[in-house]
Design a protein around this ligand. Structure first.
Ligand SMILES: Nc1ncnc2c1ncn2[C@@H]1O[C@H](COP(=O)(O)OP(=O)(O)OP(=O)(O)O)[C@@H](O)[C@H]1O
Ligand SMILES: [Mg+2]
Length: 315
């Protein structure tokens, strides 16, 4: 049976209020001005879903919003990017999540109110929805306490529909890193953390030891290493691919989520692990050429033109 979606992304949703060009961070009891302000679609999961859709894939989203002005803004922005929002739950009793970011020169301070994202749980996920996807991606475990101790049940549900699965754990704001990987990874085909996340999760500062401790638990372990590119481990094989270094970096917001979109898009086309890794690096690099995580991605033809002109990449 033809599946309705290439990918369903399950994860957190929030708006970002970014205050740029401030004159230092405010002290308690004072008020300062910011010269620039942006109000955008936030969240790793939404950036990944938007960029998968810009790459030409059929993408659906499962998440939770308040039935409020921010929730409706998020729905609009996802739809503009071509993401199917019909499975997103909107609840009058909840508030949509918000991140306020203060950008001071190279530094950022952020505060997130999780709101509705904290009440999405495995019980909200309808297996009939997952059945319609070739691939299911989950992101940002620690921002969604509704999945605490039940993430393995979510991935088992996804696998039981015949879909392949991927998991980007993302940062833990509490820095406790309390997640039972042994339980979760057997139902994850592609585990895609970054280097610092895998070190924290496994308790190994040595990256090799960190990888060894989880190798073969999921089919592919992919580690994102910023400007150092990325690494892939599977069946005892290691592949390392350099990043597409360039001198026009605007910001690195969403580089990891763009990497995920690139990697997954090639994976579901059945491409080799090398091709998936290189395309992930390419999407990460393209993301850094525009502010935020989605601005650099319009449609497949435009993305491939940027890849050719700026990064000497063609297929
Ligand atoms: N400055 C950069 N120049 C070129 N490519 C980059 C740059 N930063 C990141 N990338 C590419 O994007 C990929 C993912 O970025 P990164 O390793 O920062 O992921 P992450 O830490 O998960 O990011 P995020 O903060 O978005 O979650 C890298 O593996 C690399 O290929
Ligand atoms: Mg990341």
């Amino acid at each position: 049976m033809e599946k309705k979606y290439d990918v369903i992304v399950v994860g957190e949703l929030n708006v970002d209020l970014i205050l740029n060009k401030i004159n230092g961070f405010p002290k308690i009891g004072t008020e300062i001005l910011s010269e620039e302000m942006e109000f955008t679609l936030g969240s790793s999961s939404a950036i990944c879903a938007s960029n998968l859709s810009s790459l030409g894939l059929k993408v659906g989203f499962i998440g939770k919003l308040g039935n409020d002005i921010f929730g409706r803004f998020i729905i609009d922005k996802l739809q503009e990017k071509g993401v199917d929002t019909s499975m997103i739950l909107m609840d009058y009793k909840l508030k949509t999540g918000v991140t306020v970011a203060l950008s001071y020169e190279e530094d950022r301070a952020m505060i997130t109110h999780q709101g509705a994202m904290s009440s999405l749980s495995v019980d909200d996920i309808d297996p009939d929805h997952l059945k319609q996807a070739k691939h299911v991606h989950f992101s940002s475990y620690f921002f969604q306490p509704g999945f605490k101790d039940s993430l393995h049940l979510f991935f088992q549900k996804a696998k039981s529909t015949g879909a392949t699965t991927s998991f980007d754990v993302q940062w833990d704001p509490s820095e406790k890193w309390d997640l039972n990987l042994e339980e979760v990874l057997p139902s994850v085909d592609i585990f895609i953390p970054n280097k610092v996340e895998i070190q924290n999760l496994t308790g190994h500062t040595d990256v090799e030891a960190a990888i060894n401790s989880i190798q073969n638990k999921s089919k592919y372990v992919v580690i994102k290493c910023g400007t150092e590119g990325s690494m892939l481990f599977y069946n005892g094989i290691q592949i390392t691919k350099q990043s597409f270094i360039h001198d026009k970096v605007i910001d690195t917001i969403g580089a990891g989520d763009s990497f995920n979109a690139g990697y997954i898009s090639k994976y579901i086309q059945g491409k080799s692990p090398e091709e998936c890794l290189v395309f992930g690096n390419l999407m990460g690099a393209i993301s850094t050429t525009k502010p935020g995580g989605t601005a650099a991605f319009k449609n497949l033809a435009d993305i491939m033109q940027i890849a050719k002109n700026n990064f000497n990449y063609s297929e």
